[in-house]
Design a protein. Structure first.
Length: 331
């Protein structure tokens, strides 16, 4: 009986829509769990998706320079590390902020009512302090870059601040998420060049369409509860036409990524064939998502949403192999 009571008590500290086998529950003290849940440390897919536009831009930007002893065309490992830390910190801060704003809505939705704030396992004061700590960590990362990138990063806070409120008055909150989650496409380029280019803007726009697509799939998990509490989303907007909408969204994203690659190229520099092969493989991964999609199967929608980190790896490695190919076979 004692073991049963311990199991029930342990489950009451978990979040319904998060994996119960996460390292958070195996390695962290129980008192830290609510903070880890606020930051979504038990769900790494969020920071991964936030990181990918940063890493894509960090891998693409050097390929606008002719290969030399100074410019290898490869991304800066220091920048990649900073973007990794920054993505984890800022995704955590953003999720904490979102939970503070949405506490009442989360309490009315079955999937989210077990989160730390609506379940009462953490106070709003402690959540706010934790949000500040995470934001300061992200700011320390930002200070490692050039002044243009620092100012550009600060500018993103305006988009982040309004995002949680969008689902209250527009059917397009996923667009707000796209604007925020794709900002790294600008940051990765700015950190290398100290400026932006048309190629970086195309990469940013393409990422926005990608984010709207995968978050529409994700939002189909909650469409019934969202309808009851009045939360709006592209999942509810597209409804039975979601598959066609995802085709258009992903197709536009791929087109803009292709344009970004082409604009980066010159007579002496630019991505080589592995980058374009990566886009082709990425298109196949997107096609698999579209063919597999069942908007009435929440578990499958979550799995397809998570599969987008595979798309991120495919595009990134395509760019890395592009640089390596150019180094190995210059001219």
């Amino acid at each position: 009986m004692a073991n049963l009571n311990q199991t029930i008590a342990g489950q009451s500290d978990r979040v319904a829509d998060a994996p119960s086998e996460s390292w958070v529950y195996r390695l962290l003290p129980r008192g830290i769990w609510p903070y880890a849940q606020l930051a979504r440390w038990d769900r790494p897919i969020g920071w991964q998706l936030l990181m990918w536009p940063c890493w894509w831009a960090a891998a693409l930007a050097p390929q606008a320079t002719a290969s030399s002893a100074v410019h290898t065309g490869l991304p800066s490992f220091w920048h990649l590390f900073l973007f990794l830390v920054g993505a984890i910190a800022m995704r955590g801060a953003g999720c904490t902020y979102n939970d503070l704003v949405d506490q009442r809505i989360d309490a009315a939705v079955a999937r989210t009512r077990s989160r730390p704030l609506p379940s009462g396992r953490i106070s709003r004061r402690d959540a706010k302090l934790f949000m500040v700590v995470q934001a300061l960590t992200g700011f320390l990362v930002l200070l490692q870059f050039n002044i243009f990138a620092i100012l550009l990063g600060i500018a993103s806070l305006g988009v982040v601040a309004i995002y949680p409120f969008l689902k209250r008055f527009t059917d397009w909150p996923q667009l707000g998420l796209g604007l925020a989650f794709s900002w790294g496409a600008l940051m990765g380029w700015a950190c290398y060049w100290g400026s932006l280019s048309l190629a970086s803007l195309c990469l940013y726009l393409g990422s926005i369409f990608w984010v709207i697509g995968y978050d529409t799939i994700y939002a189909h998990q909650d469409k019934e509860d969202d309808a009851l509490v009045g939360v709006r989303s592209t999942a509810r907007l597209f409804g039975e036409r979601t598959r066609q909408a995802i085709v258009m969204l992903y197709g536009t994203a791929l087109t803009l990524f292709l344009v970004a690659f082409l604009l980066t190229g010159t007579s002496t520099a630019g991505p080589s064939w592995p980058a374009y092969a990566g886009l082709l493989l990425g298109a196949m991964q997107m096609g698999w998502q579209i063919r597999s999609l069942d908007i009435d199967d929440p578990d499958q929608c979550l799995a397809l949403f998570k599969s987008n980190t595979a798309f991120g790896w495919i595009v990134f490695f395509g760019l890395v192999f592009s640089a390596l190919w150019t180094l190995s076979f210059p001219g």
